[in-house]
Design a protein around this ligand. Structure first.
Ligand code: MOS
Length: 717
């Protein structure tokens, strides 16, 4: 026992750059990920996925596999224990793909049909690859298009908003843009593949996995296996990227199922290729935008209609049409979302679901409108700034979009830009600049946190937060340090253990805001308990907080982050290649806790936007329904050589209703980035690209080469 320490006055950790507290563990390999943590007597499962896109499994020839070295069992629909995926979890009912081996139906290529479990991973793989599965195949439909007869409006909330007479306002407009934009199927592919190990320990199911919320996954597994509350513990100490893909997935369920059957620890790890079928992805979209404006660019009409696909077994909505709802007012305003169900895997949340593809369409359409009106694209947006939520009528908690434009324009050198397209040239390169606006909602969820003053003068935070690579642990250490008025080196943060109680997931950009709130509340409790100068007993002094009730008192407002994205591109007239030369993003995204990791997260989003603009496109073979080249060789993502000088910065924008001023920065970095690049490509070439990615063949076909553009008057393709 030491005599110490109420908090002593040290302030100013929040807002000061701090390297990740677990950084050394990560770069030295001391940090263990889900597939690396040693377990005694561990068995290994290897998945077998369907090779047909629709039909049913008629039989699984398990006997030859069972005779192979080390093989312990082959689980399939004929012998698997019954589980339940027909329940409501935190985010609704789960994707039925996690209801493994419960029936013989196959709704897409890559559906789990068997798990081979063996003493070693190699033995399991060997047997899995020789396993013969017989199918009764049926015709499939994977063709996604705007005109698909099966499209419908989902019954979920927020699929349709409408005010004013759209057709009348379009007819009265001096300038009209009416265009269709498309984005392709895109995949998260976080560096660390999905993996889970499960074992029974004194009547408790213990799972080590890679997830975005350990208490969330524990609750889901409790429901899937119909267990008593509290009988599942999930830990996920280090996570190598998630981006929306790491919820309840096949590995956790299969590891737990096999551990139950075999009564020993079982690990299931997905391959990169399996991830293309089993962990969700971003749906392709077709978006139809109609804008009508007065001569000065004031919007009379805004109509945004988005279509996405989903599987036949689960409805997922990519709400791309929602992007403009809080952004721009118009006399007539309509947003509408439709879905079509095909024989493909279920899409899911992927960084800025809705806003990422939605901003591409609407922010490109606004650029087209600016061109038609002869108004600067920034001035056009500023002219359409709403005073209250255009659809909701609610006040904004804070709205600093114009400040982002001003700071961004100054730093990018926007004032020197010649608005005419195709006027800058450097040898065979056509040069252009473009911009777009960004927004993302500010959300918060309940969380419980524990905070202990230890006898040695340090403090321990315990919260089931998920550090998916964002630096959340470090951010929480800085928040706790300021709340306790101690140096951050005295704070230890333990995360990602469901036994710490419920905490909101790392998703919807609300992780740090939700957890920071709970840590602040726990710190306040602890300071009440600590006697200044008093002794701390050996077991420490612990305070706990649960923000559930607090959050109910938040007033209804439009709460959003904002950003302004700028890009400069060079387009090779000979090859059609687009190179991004520089990007600048200025954000109004609440108080920034750790500038070092925040900048990294924002530029990471912007780079993904670059990748979305120029590279990413998952292709399916219409004949088989299977993804083509489903790995990081076949699925092209931006690499170092594609990434130019990128700068992210922010304007002062503390959230007025958050105890720390946080808004959340996980997703806004990608929003608008692809549109800024597409708009820059138009400025360089005089050709509009409305279909992503902007591949060289599309640039060539749409007429970038000398002569063709001038022959068509340099107009829109
Ligand atoms: Mo994010 S797509 O909410 O994990």
């Amino acid at each position: 026992m030491t005599t110490t320490t109420g908090p002593t006055a040290v302030t100013g950790s929040v807002g000061v750059a701090h390297t990740r507290v677990e950084g050394r563990d990560k770069v030295t390999g001391a940090a263990r990920y889900a597939a690396e943590i040693p377990f005694t007597d561990l068995a290994h499962g290897w998945l077998v996925l369907s090779t047909i896109a629709r039909g049913r499994v008629t039989s699984v020839e398990a006997e030859p596999a069972l005779a192979m070295p080390g093989v312990l069992t082959v689980l399939h629909h004929g012998n698997a224990p019954r589980i339940d995926v027909d329940y409501q979890g935190l985010l609704g009912s789960p994707d039925p793909v996690v209801g493994v081996f419960q029936h013989d139906r196959v709704p897409f290529v890559g559906w789990p049909v068997a798990l081979v479990v063996a003493e070693t991973s190699e033995q399991a793989r060997e047997a899995a690859e020789t396993l013969v599965v017989h199918y009764a195949q049926e015709p499939h439909d994977i063709a996604f298009s705007a005109g698909h007869p099966g499209s419908y409006t989902p019954e979920a909330d927020g699929m349709h908003t409408e005010k004013g007479d759209l057709e009348a306002q379009l007819a009265a407009s001096a300038h009209v843009v009416d265009a269709e934009y498309t984005t392709p199927e895109e995949h998260h592919s976080p560096l660390e593949p999905h993996a889970a190990t499960a074992r029974w320990d004194n009547g408790r199911l213990e799972v080590v996995d890679s997830n975005q919320g350990s208490s969330w996954i524990a609750d889901e597994l409790t429901k899937v296996f119909s267990l008593d509350p509290g009988s599942v513990r999930v830990r996920s100490e280090h996570v190598g990227g998630a981006f929306g893909s790491k919820g309840l997935r096949v590995p956790q369920v299969l590891a737990a199922m096999a551990a139950t059957v075999l009564d020993r620890p079982v690990r299931v790890v997905l391959t990169r290729r399996q991830m293309f079928s089993l962990v969700g992805y971003r749906s392709p979209t077709v978006q139809h935008v109609r804008l009508g404006a007065d001569p000065d660019g004031r919007l009379r009409a805004l109509d945004h209609q988005g279509l996405n696909l989903s599987s036949t077994v689960h409805e997922f909505v990519e709400p791309s049409a929602g992007f403009g709802r809080p952004m721009y007012d118009a006399d007539a305003h309509r947003t509408h979302t439709r879905v079509v169900r095909l024989d493909v895997p279920t899409p899911t949340w992927m960084r800025a679901p809705g806003e990422a593809p939605g901003s591409f369409a609407l922010e490109c359409a606004l650029d087209e409108l600016a061109e038609k009106c002869g108004v600067d694209p920034i001035a056009l947006r500023a002219r359409n700034e709403p005073d209250v939520g255009p659809v909701s009528g609610l006040p904004f908690s804070s709205r600093n979009l114009v400040a982002c434009f001003e700071e961004g324009a100054r730093r990018f050198g926007w004032a020197d830009r010649d608005p005419r397209p195709r006027v800058r040239r450097e040898g065979r390169w056509l040069l252009g600049t473009g911009m777009a606006a960004a927004t993302f909602p500010v959300l918060v969820g309940p969380a419980t946190a524990g905070l202990t003053a230890e006898a040695d003068g340090t403090f321990t935070v315990r919260i089931a937060a998920a550090d998916v690579g964002t630096g959340a642990r470090t951010a929480l250490a800085l928040i706790a340090a300021d709340a306790l008025e101690v140096a951050p080196e005295r704070i230890r943060v333990r995360v990602a253990d469901s036994d710490f109680g419920f905490a909101m997931i790392a998703g919807g950009s609300m992780g740090t805001r939700s957890w920071g709130w709970a840590v602040m509340a726990a710190a306040r409790e602890l300071r009440e308990k600590l006697v200044p100068g008093g002794d701390i007993p050996a077991e420490g002094v612990t305070a706990k907080a649960d923000t559930g009730a607090l959050l109910g008192t938040l007033a209804q407002k439009e709460r959003h982050s904002y950003g302004a994205q700028f890009a400069e591109v060079a387009v090779d007239v000979a090859t059609g290649e687009v190179r991004v030369r520089r990007m600048l993003g200025i954000f109004a995204a609440g108080r920034i806790i750790n500038p070092l990791t925040a900048r990294s997260q924002l530029t990471g989003g912007m780079i993904w936007g670059l990748s979305m603009a120029l590279h990413e496109e998952a292709v399916r073979d219409q004949a088989t329904g299977a993804p083509v080249g489903p790995d990081l060789a076949g699925y092209h993502v931006a690499a170092h050589a594609d990434v130019p000088h990128i700068e992210a910065d922010w304007v002062d924008d503390p959230d007025p209703d958050d105890p720390v001023g946080i808004k959340g920065i996980g997703e806004i970095g990608i929003v608008g980035a692809a549109a800024a690049i597409a708009n820059a490509v138009w400025h360089a070439t005089g050709v509009r690209h409305r279909n992503l990615p902007i591949r060289p063949d599309r640039v060539i076909e749409d007429g970038v080469t000398e002569g063709r553009v001038t022959a068509t008057g340099g107009g829109s393709a």
